[in-house]
Design a protein around this ligand. Structure first.
Ligand SMILES: *Cc1c(COP(=O)(O)O)cnc(C)c1O
Length: 384
C-alpha cells in the first residue's frame, strides 16, 4: 500500500496526520485550503497594509457573497457571534463600546429557542450579554416568543446545524422580532455548501448572519464571516477594528491577520465559482464505493444519506441491525483510531450508527477506510 508522505512540519513536531471522515470539524483542522488560497496568503505576507482599509475591502467581498448591505471578516463563526451581539448592544456609540463587557444601562438579553442551544452558544455571551431560553422542546409557538421579548431583549439568536431542534421558521421568527424592533442573528456556521445558503438567511429576513470561513468555504481555519444590516456591521466594526481608540474593544482578541483576511477572500471567491454538482458527485462516488465494499455483511445496512440538514454532503451511514454479529459501533470507532493513519468518522446522530463523512476525505483515502472497516468488522485482510 502506498503511504502518503507525512508533511515535514508535522513530522518535526511528532504529530501524525489523520484521515478526516468526520466533516469540517475544528478538532481535526477544519478543511484543507486550495493552493490558490495559500499562494494569496504567501503574497500577503510580503507587504504591510493599513489593516482598516484591508478589513473594509474584505468586508465588501463578504457582503456581496451574502447578498447583504455590509459584511465583515472575523476570526471564526464564534467571533462573529460575539461581535454580532456586541454590535446589537452598543450600536456605534463609542462610550458603550468602551464599557463592554459591563452592560450596565444596555439591553443585554439574547433570546434563543430551547432546542437550539448548542456547544458554541456561549460566544453570544462573551460581550457581557446573557442567553435567555424561550419556548418548549415539544414545539415552538409564536405566542411563546412574543411573551419572552422584554425591554431587556437586545437580539434573538437562531441556529441552524445538524440535529438542532429548530424553533420557528426563520421568516416567522423575523416577523415577530421586527414587530418589536429586535434584530435576528442567524448562526449558520457550517451550513455552506450549498452555496445558496450564503444569501438565503438574509433573504428570509435575518438582520445578521454568520458562517465559518474554515469549514465548507475552505478558508483559513481561524476565519469567519458576518454579514447583514449596514448599521449593525458598522457597529461590529467599532467593536473589533477601532484600532486607534483609547480602548481596543471586546473583539481585540479576535483579530484576523492580513494573511488570513486575504486567504478568506480568495477562498470565498473560489467557492462562489466552484461547480457544486461536481463536488457533490465526487462525494457520492466515494460514498457508493464504500457502500459496495461493505455489501453482504449480515445485519449491516449501509445507506447513502444527504445532503440534508443533518448530514453534510452525501455520505454512507452504517446502521447495525438485528442479525449483525460483528464488533459494536463503539468498538469499531475505537479500532479505527488505533492504526496509522487514525481514521475519524462522524459522530453518528440518531442512534449508534456510524456515518462516514466524505467532504474532507482525500482521493484514495476511501480505499483505506473501506479496507480498515472490513478488517475490523469481518476480520478480513485488505483487498490489495
Ligand atoms: C462550527 C460552529 C461554530 C463555531 O465556528 P468557528 O468558525 O469554529 O468559530 C458555531 N456554531 C455552529 C452551529 C457551528 O457548527
Amino acid at each position: 500500500m502506498t503511504t502518503k508522505r507525512v508533511p515535514e512540519a508535522y513530522a518535526r513536531l511528532g504529530v501524525k496526520p489523520v484521515i478526516n471522515a468526520q466533516s469540517w470539524v475544528t478538532a481535526l483542522g477544519g478543511s484543507l485550503m486550495r493552493p490558490e488560497v495559500l499562494r494569496a496568503m504567501d503574497e500577503a505576507a510580503t507587504a504591510f497594509v493599513d489593516m482598516t482599509d484591508l478589513n473594509l475591502a474584505a468586508g465588501k467581498v463578504v457582503a456581496r457573497a451574502c447578498g447583504a448591505e455590509a459584511g465583515l471578516v472575523t476570526a471564526g463563526a464564534s467571533a462573529s457571534e460575539t461581535i454580532a451581539i456586541a454590535a446589537c448592544m452598543t450600536g456605534t456609540d463609542e462610550a458603550k463600546v468602551e464599557q463592554l463587557p459591563n452592560t450596565a444601562g444596555m439591553k443585554d438579553q439574547v433570546l434563543i429557542f430551547k432546542g437550539e442551544r448548542n456547544r458554541y452558544d456561549m460566544a453570544f455571551e462573551v460581550p457581557g450579554a446573557r442567553l435567555v431560553e424561550w419556548g418548549m422542546l415539544g414545539g415552538a409557538k409564536p405566542y411563546q416568543l412574543e411573551a419572552a421579548i422584554t425591554d431587556k431583549t437586545v437580539a434573538i439568536a437562531t441556529v441552524f446545524g445538524p440535529f438542532i431542534r429548530r424553533g420557528l421558521p426563520l421568516p416567522e421568527l423575523c416577523e415577530i422580532a421586527h414587530k418589536h424592533g429586535v434584530p435576528v442573528v442567524v448562526d449558520a456556521a457550517a451550513e455552506v455548501p450549498p452555496m445558496e445558503n450564503l444569501t438565503k438567511f438574509i433573504k428570509q429576513g435575518a438582520d445578521l448572519v454568520l458562517f465559518s470561513g474554515g469549514k465548507g468555504i475552505g478558508g483559513p481555519q481561524n476565519t469567519g464571516l458576518l454579514a447583514g444590516r449596514k448599521d449593525l456591521i458598522d457597529a461590529g466594526i467599532v467593536n473589533s477594528l477601532n484600532l486607534h481608540s483609547p480602548r481596543a474593544g471586546i473583539a481585540r482578541g479576535m483579530k484576523v491577520s492580513k494573511e488570513s483576511l486575504v486567504g478568506l477572500v480568495t477562498a470565498l471567491e473560489l467557492f462562489l465559482e466552484s461547480d457544486e454538482q461536481s463536488m457533490l458527485a465526487g462525494w457520492t462516488k466515494k460514498s457508493t464505493y464504500l457502500q459496495s465494499r461493505l455489501k453482504g455483511i449480515p445485519g449491516l445496512r449501509v445507506v447513502i444519506e444527504g445532503p440534508d440538514p443533518n448530514r453534510h454532503g452525501p455520505q454512507p451511514v452504517l446502521y447495525f441491525e438485528s442479525g449483525y454479529q460483528g464488533p459494536k459501533p463503539a468498538e469499531i470507532r475505537k479500532r479505527l483510531l488505533e492504526k496509522d493513519p487514525p481514521i475519524h468518522v462522524g459522530g453518528g446522530g440518531v442512534r449508534d450508527e456510524i456515518n462516514v463523512v466524505m467532504v474532507n476525505v482525500q482521493d484514495g483515502e476511501e480505499v483505506i477506510i473501506a479496507d480498515r472497516l472490513l478488517e475490523i468488522i469481518k476480520g478480513a485482510k485488505p483487498a490489495r
